[in-house]
Design a protein around this ligand. Structure first.
Ligand code: PBE
Length: 296
């Protein structure tokens, strides 16, 4: 009887200590600081974990804002940190950062950002359609507003109006041939996700529609899946935030027959894993063996 009890105790003790070791191991994984789970970038990062067998690393969910605050904290203390990142983004203007090389192309190659509108917009609001079809700008344009948006107390819409004022030639190209202020306060509904890049672009489009063409724009911020669904069902008029071909490729695939794809509004975008310059690895392949340096 006694020996049975002892054996039981030993088994229980062993089980508990094995569990503890297991949990501790989990906690010891290096962290890739991610963003919102609906972002295409997060699926690509999950794919990278598999493609490169990054067993010692884990992907942490958050948002653009929490990713930036983790990056900020690490840089202040010169600690190693790796985040899911993209271009255009103000973080590249603010800090010295680099993309980790991605020889397996888990994050795809060069991306473009497309404008997608609901079917029927062309007939219902031809001027809005024409402007959205014409809207296109550069990496520098978009990054510039993002930097303004980062300033203390910044107002995104004021900054968009400022950009529109300072870039008259470009804006006039987008609205060439359209009657100024002919929108008569008609409502246009745009949808976006609160990524720094899309806050910038969507507010610029809103500024042109309101200040130049006389429409009343309602902006709704949602998750990536709802953004695509909103346009596909016709609940909203459109969005300027479709990262393609890879990042939102699966979202487009689902609804491609239900939306009107107006093509690129920006070329040369990119997604990947980003580290501060002082982090002395260059490739995603090196993350696993250095996982311990990317702990919390
Ligand atoms: N992003 C910014 C988005 C698209 C725009 C790269 C975070 C994404 O991953 O879905």
């Amino acid at each position: 009887m006694k020996s049975k009890i002892i054996t039981m105790c030993v088994i229980v003790l062993l089980a508990v200590s094995l569990l503890t070791i297991g949990c501790a191991k989990e906690e010891e994984k290096g962290r890739i600081i991610g963003i919102d789970p609906g972002a295409g970038l997060m699926s690509a990062a999950e794919k990278a974990l598999e493609d490169y067998n990054l067993d010692n690393m884990e992907l942490v969910e958050g948002s653009d804002a929490t990713m930036i605050s983790a990056l900020n904290d690490a840089i202040k203390n010169e600690q190693w940190v790796v985040v899911t990142g993209w271009t255009p983004h103000f973080k590249f203007a603010k800090w010295d950062l680099k993309y980790l090389e991605d020889p397996k192309q888990s994050f795809g190659g060069e991306e473009q950002i497309n404008t997608i509108v609901r079917t029927g917009l062309k007939e219902d609001m031809p001027d809005v359609y024409t402007f959205l079809d014409n809207f296109n700008w550069t990496l520098d344009d978009m990054q510039k507003i993002q930097v303004w948006n980062e300033e203390e107390g910044a107002d995104f819409y004021d900054n968009a109006k400022r950009w529109v004022d300072e870039n008259e030639d470009k804006v006039n190209e987008w609205i060439k041939g359209l009657e100024p202020n002919s929108g008569n306060g008609q409502e246009v509904e745009l949808v976006y996700v609160e990524w720094a890049s899309e806050i910038a672009s969507t507010n610029v489009v809103r500024a042109v529609l309101q200040e130049k063409l006389g429409y009343d724009v309602e902006l709704t911020s949602v998750g990536a899946a709802a953004m695509w669904q909103g346009v596909a069902t016709g609940d909203v008029d459109g969005m300027v935030a479709a990262w393609l071909p890879a990042t939102h490729g699966s979202y487009l695939e689902e609804v491609k027959d239900q939306v009107d794809d107006l093509g690129a509004n920006l070329h040369g975008a990119r997604i990947g894993l980003v580290v501060p310059e002082y982090v002395t690895i260059d490739s995603i392949e090196e993350l696993n063996e250095n996982a311990a340096k990317f702990k919390k």
